[in-house]
Design a protein around this ligand. Structure first.
Ligand code: GLN
Length: 197
C-alpha cells in the first residue's frame, strides 16, 4: 500500500512522517503522473490559493479527477479541505468539488486565527478526545446529505467524510496522536482490498 502527499506547497513533510509511523509507504508527490501507482493521497494544509494555482500550472486537476473516479481515497486538511470542497467562500474560489460541503475560509476571525482546542472524534463508533490545532482554519458552513461528521469542536463539524473523501479543518499531523492518519490508512486499505476481489 502506497500513499502520496501532495508536495507542491505547505505542510507536507509532517504528513509523510505521520503516515510512515502508521507503517505505510509514504511518498511526496510533485507531478501528476506520480499519482498513477498510489492507493491514496493526502492534500496538506498551506495556502489554498497558492496550492490551487500550482495544481493548475502542473496540470494536476484532470489527474486528480481520474484518481477520484477510480475511488481512491483522499484526505484534505485545512487548505486541502478547501480544495476538495464543493463551494468555497470568503473569498470565493474554484475547487475540485469532490465532497459536498460549503466552506468559509479564514473563518475564526483575527483574534482566534490560530488556536489549539480539545475536540471529540468518532472514528470507529467510539468517541475519542483529541487535541486539534487550527491555523487560519476554514469552517464547514454546509454539509450535504451524503456527508458524515466524524469530529466536532463545540457543536460544529471539523472533520467529515463522504465516500472515499475525508477532510479536516484542523492539522492532525501537528500532534502525536496518530489516530486520524491510522483511520485514513484503514480507508485506503479497504479500497485496495475491494480492488483485489
Ligand atoms: N487560510 C488558509 C487558506 O485559506 C488555510 C490555512 C491552512 O491550511 N492552515 O488557504
Amino acid at each position: 500500500m502506497k500513499i502520496g502527499v501532495l508536495a507542491l506547497q505547505g505542510d507536507f513533510a509532517l504528513h509523510v512522517k505521520a503516515l510512515a509511523r502508521c507503517g505505510v509507504e509514504a511518498v511526496e508527490v510533485r507531478k501528476p503522473e506520480e499519482l498513477e501507482d498510489l492507493d491514496g493521497l493526502v492534500i496538506p494544509g498551506g495556502e489554498s490559493t497558492t496550492l490551487l494555482k500550482l495544481m493548475e500550472e502542473w496540470r494536476f486537476v484532470p489527474a486528480l479527477e481520474k484518481f477520484h473516479a477510480a475511488g481512491k481515497p483522499m484526505f484534505g486538511t485545512c487548505a486541502g479541505l478547501i480544495l476538495l470542497a464543493r463551494d468555497v467562500d470568503s473569498p470565493r474560489q474554484a475547487s475540485l468539488g469532490f465532497i459536498d460541503i460549503g466552506v468559509e475560509r479564514n473563518a475564526y476571525g483575527r483574534q482566534r486565527e490560530s488556536f489549539s482546542a480539545m475536540g471529540s472524534v468518532e472514528l470507529d463508533g467510539e468517541p475519542h478526545r483529541l487535541e486539534m490545532v487550527f491555523i487560519r482554519a476554514p469552517r464547514i458552513r454546509r454539509a450535504g446529505p451524503g456527508v458524515t461528521t466524524l469530529a466536532s469542536h463545540g457543536d460544529e463539524p471539523v472533520m467529515a467524510r463522504e465516500g472515499s473523501i475525508l477532510v479536516a479543518t484542523f492539522h492532525p499531523e501537528l500532534t502525536n496522536d496518530a489516530s486520524i492518519h491510522r483511520y485514513f490508512c484503514a480507508l485506503v486499505a479497504e479500497g485496495t482490498r475491494e480492488k483485489a476481489v
